[in-house]
Design a protein around this ligand. Structure first.
Ligand SMILES: [Zn+2]
Length: 329
């Protein structure tokens, strides 16, 4: 048997050698007698090689894309500013309870769901849509359809966009109520307290229909402002808005982050959820200057990817990881 196989291999090698020889002779002949055809032939060979290597590269890239950075969620408090490009989504875990503020763009939905499932999430105690713009509730229908949601909150300023209709349809399908919180309402998430600072009712400018929330865990405070602009900031200026970590309003646009507001919140860190090279040119220089003036350290999702804060209620740490949930990537 072994002899037969060796004979077969020998035969194959012989054939292969002859084939290579013919190819070489053809190449040499065309090279000497017809340089044009020779160039064409070599170009075609190079093109085929490039095609094969790019196919291999794409397969490798696809494999890497589906990998996430490992992360241990804190047993106490985790606040994750997800990198969803030019959009927004914040995942919060306090003890064993989960809450979500916004769900990125439509095309982020599927990826967000996949990532949350990877994290082992099955239930959300609270899901908030800060306002009805696509970059905040685009992926919300996917979230509603894939997880158990105890309470779903949005302001009652409604729109007729397909994105918003999709959210309503998903709620109906899962029989989840659409609830609107009241200003000063308080909720508990694990041992953390969530306070509703503001619920907008501006139907002309949806940004100002945003819900503003404050999370307090022992001594550490987070403020989430959706896309609320300066006029809302002015309204809540005298409220309990002081925070250690501020999610900057409206992706760092100049329409938010007025000086008085930043001064009153007096955060040590500011998170800007923003897409790389976005067409809005967010974050605005004016916003960055204001934050700089008040010595606020800026962390941007376009530079760091997903940003994660963990806290035991007296101190906090942050890190950044690769989550691959931006639908544009
Ligand atoms: Zn937005």
């Amino acid at each position: 048997m072994a002899k037969k196989r060796r004979k077969k291999t020998k035969k194959f090698l012989k054939k292969f050698f002859i084939l290579v020889l013919i190819l070489l002779i053809t190449l040499m002949v065309t090279f000497f007698f017809d340089k044009k055809s020779f160039n064409k032939l070599t170009n075609n060979i190079m093109l085929e090689i490039n095609k094969i290597t790019s196919k291999i590269e794409n397969t490798i890239k696809k494999y890497i894309k589906e990998k996430y950075d490992n992360i241990d969620l804190s047993d106490e408090l985790t606040v994750m500013y997800l990198d969803v490009g030019q959009a927004e989504s914040v995942l919060i875990k306090s003890q064993d309870e989960y809450m979500l503020i916004d769900a990125g763009n439509n095309k982020d939905g599927e990826k967000i769901v996949k990532y949350f499932k990877y994290l082992g999430i099955t239930d959300f105690k609270y899901v908030f849509g800060t306002h009805a713009h696509e970059d905040h509730i685009g992926g919300m229908d996917d979230v509603i359809l894939n997880f158990n949601i105890e309470h779903f909150y949005m302001s009652d300023v409604i729109t007729t966009t397909k994105t918003f209709e999709d959210v309503l349809d998903a709620l109906e399908e899962k029989q989840v109520k659409f609830e609107t919180p009241k200003i000063d309402d308080e909720f508990s998430l694990g041992d953390a307290n969530i306070k509703v600072i503001y619920v907008g009712n501006d139907s002309e400018n949806l940004n100002n229909s945003s819900i503003v929330l404050k999370l307090t865990y022992k001594n550490i405070r987070f403020l989430f402002t959706g896309d609320a602009e300066s006029s809302v900031e002015k309204t809540i200026l005298d409220k309990d808005i002081q925070a250690d970590i501020l999610k900057v309003g409206h992706h760092g646009s100049s329409t938010s982050s007025s000086e008085k507001f930043i001064k009153n919140v007096s955060p040590s860190y500011a998170i800007i959820s923003v897409g790389k090279d976005n067409s809005y040119k967010h974050p605005n220089k004016k916003t960055l200057n204001t934050l700089d003036k008040y010595n606020v350290k800026v962390l941007r999702t376009d530079e760091l990817g997903t940003i994660i804060f963990t806290s035991d209620g007296t101190q906090f740490n942050y890190t950044n990881i690769n989550t691959n949930i931006d639908g544009d990537k």
